[in-house]
Ligand binder design. Structure first.
Ligand code: APR
Length: 309
């Protein structure tokens, strides 16, 4: 049986780190693609040279040519540019939409049966572009955001209570960023909701820190943005799909009436397996949670509205 093949587009910080994790776990052969000549080849060779030491035998190459990506099981898209000083949000959306449209068009043509995992920001809007450019069904177009947001929430809860992250579960919904909806009553330590373990103002502070999690890292790094946790979160989705694990993970998917939203990519818990999105894991929300979720969906709708035609 041939080993699985994963293409990672964008050999920058997130892409190269995700490629490293996938290869080192022996999960798949990896093809790293970038528009810059030499960059993916150099990082691919460096990662391949780590294999004998790390002790895996996945093949990893870097390329500028989509022909090398043919027949991939999964295509991860991290290519894009970061927001530059003076650049408006709408300019960033337009630039990254152009990049995502171009790379997804080429990658989807080479791997018509692949599952797409979109990582480029602004995430939810880029998922719309990817679905349109690929023509893939919604089961095979997923956005990585919720796994990262919930990992951040779990980290902050564990630090606050002095417990292992292994015993903390967090539930987040909605778009990636400010309008994210952390569901604290379903966020637990060993099954106990954090709302019973912490005063309301501490819960709120952890929720807010989670929603600003990306900005906090940008503020510390000064140049560049987070990549270890985004790459680890991407890996978790790749692993759930390739090993058909039926993991329940929060992902951006195109809703078709679930949670009262139709035709928009928003983060919700889904069952991930070899078919990609196998089922939206729907839960009943309180009126306040539903209102926060709809506000989040409205923010995605607004961003999609400024996408270039
Ligand atoms: N085709 C292929 N690669 C491209 C293209 C393109 N058209 N345009 C840009 N790239 C590549 C860049 O050359 C760069 O190597 O995408 C890579 C992006 O890498 P970084 O700038 O290091 O960005 P990174 O930190 O990896 O973040 C990537 O993930 O989490 C999100 O917000 C983040 O949208 C950003 C993305």
């Amino acid at each position: 049986m041939a080993r699985n093949k994963v293409t990672v587009v964008g050999a920058g910080n997130v892409g190269a780190t995700a490629a490293q994790r996938i290869a080192e776990a022996g999960l798949a052969d990896v093809v790293l693609v970038d528009i810059v000549e030499g960059l993916p080849q150099g990082k691919g060779l460096d990662l391949a040279e780590a294999a004998p030491v790390v002790g895996h035998d996945a093949r990893i190459i870097g390329t500028n040519d989509y022909a090398d990506t043919a027949g991939s099981d999964i295509v991860v898209v991290t290519s894009g540019i970061a927001r530059k000083p003076g650049m408006s949000r709408d300019e960033l959306v337009a630039t990254n939409a152009g990049i995502v449209r171009s790379v997804v068009g080429q990658a989807a043509a080479a791997s018509p049966d692949a599952i797409l995992i979109i990582v480029t920001n602004p995430l939810d809007a880029m998922c719309h572009v990817a679905m349109d450019a690929s023509g893939f069904p919604r089961e095979r177009v997923l956005g990585m955001a919720g796994v990262l947001d919930s990992a951040r929430f779990r980290t902050f809860i564990a630090q606050e209570l002095g417990v292992s992250v292994a015993d903390v579960h967090a539930f987040v919904l909605g778009g990636h960023g400010d309008t994210m909806v952390p569901l604290s009553r379903y966020s637990t330590v060993a099954g106990v909701p954090i709302t019973e373990l912490l005063p309301a103002d501490r819960v709120r502070a952890l929720e807010e820190r989670t929603a600003n999690g990306g900005a906090e890292i940008v503020g510390l790094l000064k140049t560049g943005s987070a990549y270890y946790a985004p790459a680890a979160s991407t890996f978790e989705m790749v692993d759930a799909i390739l090993r058909d694990r039926k993991r329940v993970l929060p992902c951006a998917v195109r809703l078709a009436g679930e949670f009262g939203v139709d035709g928009l990519f928003v983060g919700v818990p889904v069952v991930l397996g070899r078919g990609g999105l196998e089922r939206v894991f729907e839960i009943r929300l309180t009126p306040d949670e539903q209102a926060a979720f709809e506000k989040s969906a409205a923010a995605v709708r607004e961003l999609v509205g400024v996408l270039p035609a």
